[in-house]
Design a protein around this ligand. Structure first.
Ligand code: ARG
Length: 459
């Protein structure tokens, strides 16, 4: 009968219940936020003359002793204490006696856990943004080196138009920049204090919520207590933001896997970030991008898991909500590790520019340019130009050459209006550089885009 809530019970909890009900095995991760929250709460209670200065001193000393006990791993975590909030309060009472029992005045574990978890999530928003910026910097370094390196631009995984590798990486930089904005937006929206909402309805005690909000670094206090203690959309937001970021990482990973195959040969991952096979001695496997692709699924699982936990809950707090933490902890850890290893893999990979350029010489990448030539120089309507170009492609196939290598005479056999100046249009580099519209692939436009990312990252 040592439970803090045992007053109305006549029999103790079964050990099976203890095991089932407890969150202490994982919510101990929140110890810093929990102790800081209690320190702010106690200071406010003292300022409002709900606690005496002496009681505040005892609570402050007790909590800082507990902080060092936890950090030096002397603290005893006990499953029968249920969660970290009760474990810390119990220890405080052992250390300082009656003053410890007063700390929970005008507070509930419902607002307490909402404060702790929210602050933990807000810190991780920042950590992920920092790590994502470091990854972007490495991607940008590679992109800046390759603004003239031709690579086949594809749709449906079929050769489409020539682009440059810097432009291709610029697409990922755009995605990552939006990801950063998403984390920053969530941070701003969710930086409101739940403390003082108590169990669900506020408290009759004369508390000062603004003071605790300010002490804990929140921008403001939450508006409605019933909402605040039951809502977990701040946790869903970080899960969604991580999921979207991982989806982008996964698409890049998929390309890295393809590009490292013999068939593509566009990049070679460094030995440090590749693995071997236990049976096939020649193998060098791209496990890092494959695992990044795989871990994306695991993060989606956490997002779907919490959405499902939340969807049928009546207001306000329900114990189901305790299931909010593990998926978030796991996803944040996965995200930070993924960002770090992808950064290293990109930094150390070899870009095989020659193979990228070679791949451009098949698949008639200049076909659109021929059609554009017919429109621009011969005043032929686009639909007809498309047809004529189709004939030229068929001729090239028959000759077993790429359209960019076709002789003028063959083109003129197909349409007399074609002049010698067409050959310039069919040069692949010219084709890439011709796309000068805003956001296009020409080297000039690519450099402008990369400049934007460089300004964003302030390098
Ligand atoms: N361990 C709980 C959680 O993580 C803390 C809040 C419990 N509140 C309650 N009224 N049982 O959600």
């Amino acid at each position: 009968m040592d439970k803090m809530w045992s007053g109305r019970f006549s029999a103790g909890a079964s050990s099976l219940l203890d095991e089932f009900n407890a969150s202490i095995m994982y919510d101990r991760k929140l110890y810093k936020e929990d102790i800081e929250g209690s320190l702010a709460h106690a200071s406010m209670l003292a300022k409002q003359e709900i606690l005496t200065t002496e009681e505040l001193r005892q609570i402050t000393d007790g909590l800082s002793k507990i902080m060092s006990e936890i950090e030096s791993e002397e603290f005893e975590w006990n499953i029968s204490d249920e969660d970290l909030h009760m474990a810390i309060e119990k220890r405080l009472t052992v250390l300082i006696g009656d003053a410890g029992k007063k700390l929970h005045t005008a507070r509930s574990r419902n607002d307490q856990v909402a404060v702790d978890f929210r602050r933990w999530v807000l810190k991780r928003d920042k950590d992920i943004v920092d790590a994502l910026k470091l990854l972007m910097k490495e991607v940008l370094v590679v992109a800046q080196k390759h603004t003239t390196t031709l690579i086949p631009g594809m749709t449906h995984l079929q050769h489409a138009q020539p682009t440059n590798f810097g432009f291709h990486l610029g697409a990922y930089l755009s995605m990552f920049k939006r990801d950063i904005k998403r984390f920053e937006d969530s941070y701003k929206r969710n930086n409101v204090s739940p403390l003082g909402c108590a169990a669900l309805a506020g408290t009759p005690h004369n508390i000062d919520r603004d003071m605790t909000a300010q002490m804990l670094g929140f921008d403001s206090v939450s508006v409605n207590c019933l909402d605040t203690v039951s809502d977990r959309d701040f946790a869903l937001e970080i899960l969604f933001n991580i999921s979207t970021m991982m989806m982008h990482i996964s698409r890049l990973s998929e390309e890295l896997v393809m590009w490292s195959s013999y068939e593509f040969g566009f990049v070679e991952l460094s030995d440090e970030y590749s693995t071997g096979s236990s049976i096939m001695p020649q193998k060098k496997n791209p496990d890092v991008p494959e695992l990044l692709r795989g871990k994306t699924g695991r993060v989606y699982g956490s997002l779907m898991g919490l959405l499902t936990v939340m969807k049928g809950l009546p207001l306000a707090y329900n114990k189901d909500t305790q299931e909010d933490k593990e998926g978030v902890f796991d996803s944040v850890e996965t995200a930070l590790l993924s960002l770090e290893i992808l950064k290293e893999a990109i930094k150390t990979m070899e870009v095989k520019a020659h193979n990228m350029q070679k791949a451009c010489s098949v698949g008639h990448l200049a076909a659109t340019d021929l059609a554009d030539y017919l429109v621009e120089k011969c005043d032929i309507p686009f639909r007809e130009a498309h047809f004529i170009t189709g004939r030229a492609v068929a001729k090239s196939e028959e000759l077993n050459i790429d359209l960019s290598d076709i002789e003028l005479s063959y083109l003129q056999e197909i349409d007399k209006r074609i002049k010698e100046d067409v050959l310039e249009f069919l040069v692949l580099k010219n084709s890439m550089n011709a796309r000068t519209s805003a956001g296009g692939t020409s080297t000039i436009r690519t450099k402008e885009q990369l400049e934007e990312f460089s300004n964003f990252l302030k390098i």
